[in-house]
Ligand binder design. Sequence first.
Ligand code: KIV
Length: 271
Amino acid sequence: MSVNKEVKRITTHTVQEMKNRGEKIAMLTAYDYSMAAVVDDSGMDIILVGDSASNVMAGHETTLPITLDQMIYHASSVVRAAKRALVVVDLPFGSYQGNSKEALNSAIRIMKESGAHGVKMEGGVEIAESVSRILTAGIPVMGHLGLTPQSIYKFGTYTVRAKQDAEAQKLKEDALKLQELGCFAIVVEKIPAKLAKEVTESVQIPIIGIGAGQHCDGQVLVIHDMLGINKGFKPRFLRQYANLYEQMNGAIKNYVGDIKSKSFPNENEQY
Ligand code: KIV
């Protein structure tokens, strides 16, 4: 399918209209200027500056260590590249759970210092007051339910969430609550496709899935995963569109070989 690149900046209203007319929403992470420029030029609707930067950029085991300053650095690099996409930035662990004033200050810092267009926060009713306060300041908020990686030590595992009735019921209530508060969209991560379908149909705002099946209004993946940069990471939900690890590794090995064999640079590659 061809993408209309003439379209003006995607906004929260644009993605709502996309849901209303049944057009799927494409979302992908990016963390730096060069990658974000490629992603934006590919017709992406939403670029997520995810706290997965903690894993894929910094090499941490979880998303917990990344700081607000580091998120702002990544976000401002992405914003400089994004001419069309809506740029949403994760509020990192510890920057909003304390109280709603702290949450608002963190969200304001992201908006002011990076120029992003909205923030994403993990959780449902527990963070209602913070979500509300941030929205009152005019900052668009995207929710995140299901497998919320900032709570990995509570879950103890990255397996599928909300398989049991009680957790599924809470997730549905959380989605309704986030909509009622005024969130413009919600990410649902690693939940059964049937539940994701129910949630998608029960709210008016867009539901963006990751490992949540085909019925969501949109899909999101981590760019390093879908480009195959993360060697060996291949969960069932992931469609890998390239094997960049192998390609990059091959190219870099060739470079090393050319230096060692004295074939690079040649006389045409010098002044
Ligand atoms: O941080 C992230 O990349 C995310 C996506 C997996 C939704 O939150």
